[in-house]
Design a binder for this molecule. Structure first.
Ligand code: CUA
Length: 362
């Protein structure tokens, strides 16, 4: 019977944790579709069980002591004694054993969820204030050597994904709860961290280290595809060359502003900071816009779907005005700050902004 009770208790605990975490499937550290998360979960079960036993034992000892040594009505002097060697040895040895056990479990889990190199899909992660670039190595040199996607990470399911992380300015944190764990992105350092999922879908990720005014607005989406679909995505992306719009179209006017800016009003060229695969735009100070037209979000994941479409014009007009700390200059003449210095943004008319938006959507 005790074994039955223990099993039922463990299952109940597991079910409680799971239901609690999976009510919101978008962000869940208990997402069992990830092998890493499964490892972490099965490490936490003994740790939580141990905590419950310790809590029960300490509570019992407390009430026992209070009751046994309560004031004696007969006013007799209590027994006088000093120390208890056996008890003291137990109080040292038992906690040491518990700590050793938890350490072994932790180290074993860490080794399992982040194994030394094995078959894995390599993706580079660059974190900057306040956006992400995800780079897929192995593209032919003709495509610039690498396929880069800003703020949307595409991965295959049922694979280990080896993310090699770095940061371009300050410390950031890559945190994808559903895919298992989190890791610092450190300027000047390249560290690899492995994540995975078995389930196709869209997942949220975000920055987990306070990194400035828009730390909370530094999100991304992870799009998990079947491995075959991932491979075809990668092949298509590698071969992709952004088309040049037909002359005279709004997209063509937008293209010209994107590449050259509008020097007469001080509007800087978008291409100075952004890259679009297959065009002269090769800037690296802002997120890669090669696949902007296919993206679900805007502003590093802060607006999604229809809202993202609506926000494109306000974003182009005054990015720091709608996302604090954004380093993209405004194009409505508003002032902005770069490294503490106040500057005045260039000016594009509403129609010119619409042209740029039209180009970006292609
Ligand atoms: Cu980047 Cu917080």
């Amino acid at each position: 019977l005790p074994r039955r009770v223990a099993q039922a208790g463990l299952l109940g605990l597991g079910a409680t944790l799971l239901s609690g975490c999976q009510s919101n499937r978008l962000i869940s550290i208990g997402d069992m579709a990830s092998a890493s998360n499964r490892e972490i979960f099965w490490m936490s079960v003994p740790a939580i069980a141990l905590s419950i036993i310790i809590f029960a034992a300490v509570s019992w000892a407390l009430f026992y002591t209070v009751r046994k040594f309560r004031e004696d009505r007969n006013d007799a002097a209590p027994a006088q004694f000093h120390g208890n060697n056996r008890l003291e040895v137990i109080l040292v040895v038992v906690p040491v054993l518990i700590v050793v056990l938890l350490s072994v479990l932790t180290v074993r889990t860490m080794a399992r969820i982040n194994p030394t190199p094995r078959e894995a899909v390599d993706i580079n992660v660059l974190a900057r204030q306040f956006w992400w670039n995800f780079g897929y190595p192995g593209a032919p040199a003709a495509a610039g050597g690498t396929v880069t996607n800003g703020n949307e990470l595409v991965i295959p399911t049922r694979n280990q994904i080896a993310l090699t992380m770095t940061a371009g300015d300050v410390l950031h944190g890559f945190w994808a709860p559903n895919l298992g764990g989190q890791r610092y992105a450190i300027p000047g350092s390249q560290k690899t961290w492995q994540v995975d999922t078995d389930r196709v879908g869209v997942y949220y990720g975000e920055c987990s280290v306070l990194c400035g005014a828009s730390h909370a607005n530094m999100r991304y989406r992870i799009i998990a595809l079947e491995p075959e679909r991932y491979n075809s995505f990668l092949r298509t992306a590698q071969a992709y060359r952004a088309p040049t719009p037909a002359p005279g179209s709004p997209e063509a006017r937008g293209y010209t502003i994107f590449m050259q800016g509008k020097p007469s009003t001080g509007a800087l060229a978008c291409a100075a900071c952004h890259r679009i695969q297959g065009t002269p735009a090769n800037g690296a100070a802002g997120p890669d816009l090669s696949f902007f037209g296919t993206r679900h979000t805007l502003g590093a994941g802060i607006w999604e779907g229809e809202r993202a479409r609506e926000m494109l014009l306000p974003w182009l007009a005054n990015s720091p005005g709608v996302k604090p700390g954004s380093q993209m200059p405004p194009y409505n003449g508003a002032t902005y700050r770069v490294n503490g210095e106040v500057r005045k943004g260039g000016v594009l008319t509403r129609r010119e902004l619409e042209d740029v938006a039209a180009y970006l959507r292609t």
